[in-house]
Design a protein around this ligand. Structure first.
Ligand SMILES: CC(C)(COP(=O)(O)OP(=O)(O)OC[C@H]1O[C@@H](n2cnc3c(N)ncnc32)[C@H](O)[C@@H]1OP(=O)(O)O)[C@@H](O)C(=O)NCCC(=O)NCCS
Length: 337
């Protein structure tokens, strides 16, 4: 392998890359986040199959100390997952690898996640902000089996969704997120939000995110098509993949009523694990609504997505410095932080 601080394509060094991925997946399982662990396992399989790309960061002992992985990038850039071996998770090391990946001549990083780094090292947010990234905190919320179904204000016009609603779902997706650019940035692949919404709607119902449970997915029609909807998929258990209300129809209790209806339909199927959803902690209307209805956060799943909020850097040579070798404090000093 190459000397310290080299960034190498992961595919020719598959065993090393898989070793780091497996180490972090084990930690995630032990910490109580089996879904993220499994998703990392999926990323490892994609790398093995050659359907995703990655880079491996070489450490002081000629070993992999971090791996960055991404699917084929969309128009707006790469969506990267970066995992670090134990002992290399200081702020300076993380920021440096992000900078190296971002400037490696490939498409810019649109967003990235750092699974396996539950408590953020001091100074990381500042270092990443300087590189043009802002955090969004994502957390799974679960609706406990023991909880009664939420009691909500009655709303008329709730109906089941069907495959034929794909276009209406796409149009609602586009409208519901039009006023939330930070939420859209978590999933955007293309520059055109309408095209992203069309693809997302198809994927929601075609099994890409697990089997679609049409019998637990509901909508309310309005003057311009669907005004609100909930969608449920079976992704390692029932997941409310979408909860959305047209901006013109908000505050009427639509989302509350649709969620309650979906939860009742999910219960009728008696799944072995309770329903959940994923929320951005910063998305206050959504967070407040879910907590008020009785969902509770699964703290082990809390993690940040770093979204590009500043301009992408011009590609540059690798620069000074290397993979720091000592414990975090030494490493930070070594990088002058
Ligand atoms: C989050 C979202 C789905 C809520 O939809 P909604 O239909 O407005 O939700 P509800 O009307 O059921 O409840 C929202 C609020 O209105 C209040 N409300 C409910 N019925 C009401 C009524 N008749 N009159 C006034 N307010 C009412 C609720 O108490 C709640 O108040 P809160 O903000 O203090 O919690 C909507 O804001 C949305 O689509 N956001 C964009 C997409 C999104 O972020 N989805 C979640 C992704 S995880």
């Amino acid at each position: 392998m190459a000397p310290s601080d080299e960034l190498l394509p992961a595919a020719p060094h598959l065993a090393e890359a898989l070793r780091v991925l497996a180490e972090v997946a084990r930690e995630l399982t032990e910490r109580g986040d089996p879904l993220e662990a499994e998703s990392l396992g999926g990323a490892a399989s994609a790398l093995r199959a050659g359907t995703s790309e990655g880079r491996l960061w070489v450490g002081p002992k000629d070993e992999a100390v971090a791996v960055g992985l991404w699917e084929p990038p969309g128009e707006i850039g790469r969506d990267v997952r970066i995992v670090f071996a134990r002992g290399f998770r200081g702020a300076a090391a993380i920021a440096r690898l992000v900078r190296r990946l971002d400037g490696d001549g490939g498409p810019p990083i649109a967003r990235f996640r750092l699974p396996g780094i539950p408590s953020e090292p001091g100074g990381l947010a500042e270092a990443l902000a300087a590189q043009g990234f802002s955090p969004r905190e994502r957390v799974d919320l679960v609706y406990p089996e023991s909880a009664a179904l939420p009691s909500v204000r009655e709303v008329n016009g709730i109906r089941s969704l069907a495959v034929a609603d794909e276009k209406a779902i796409a149009r609602l997706l586009e409208r519901a997120y039009a006023d939330l650019p930070e939420e859209r940035a978590l999933f955007a692949v293309r520059r055109d939000p309408a095209e992203d919404a069309r693809v997302a709607a198809r994927k929601l119902i075609d099994g890409t995110y697990g089997d679609w449970w049409a019998d637990a997915s509901f909508g309310i029609d309005g003057p311009g098509g669907l005004a609100a909807a909930t969608l449920v998929n079976d992704l390692h258990g029932p997941l409310l993949t979408e909860v959305m209300t047209d901006p013109a129809a908000r505050g009427r209790g639509y989302a509350s009523a649709l969620i309650a209806t979906s939860l009742a339909a999910v219960r009728r199927r008696r799944p072995p694990i309770p329903p959940r959803l994923v929320v951005s902690w910063e998305n206050l209307p959504a967070r407040r609504l879910y907590l008020a209805l009785g969902f509770s956060p699964v703290e082990a799943t809390r993690g940040r997505v770093w979204v590009r909020s500043g301009p992408a850097p011009a590609p540059s040579p690798s620069g000074r410095g290397g993979v720091p070798a000592g414990p975090p404090s030494t490493r930070q000093r070594a990088e002058g932080k």
